[in-house]
Design a protein around this ligand. Sequence first.
Ligand SMILES: [Zn+2]
Length: 159
Amino acid sequence: MKQLWAPWRMVYVGGDAPEGCFLCDAIAGTDHEASLVVARAPLTITLLNRFPYSSGHVMVVPTRHVHDPRELAPEEGAALFAGAQCALAAIDAALHPDGFNMGLNLGSAAGSSVEHMHLHVVPRWAGDTNFMPVLGDVKVLPEVLETTATKLRDAFSTL
Ligand SMILES: [Zn+2]
């Protein structure tokens, strides 16, 4: 899917392909601005999706590199869902969507291209599926990712 206006992509178009697991890199790293991390908890992190379906699309990620929910310990599964609950609350407070989609893409046939499992939380607005993605294979994001990340960090800090 194309972006109409995506200035942040030039960083990646011009840079080297990341090696290893970008989610483990985000977990290990301290540069939350660069990795778009908006919240951390003992067993999860939450970060903005760099190629979002909508503004505020985050991924809640177990801090341990696993590629399937069946590999999660019970406390890791509970932490993942608790992270999703916090993401819903923070996105609601910051962006006021009309609804959400939540989901896991497991395996390449299901659309996953990342080995490290992650739970998508996608805010939705009434009418957000308009003619642009349907007919033009083009999305319009009304806000740059860094602005959304700042709003969400503020919202998480008040939970
Ligand atoms: Zn990983």
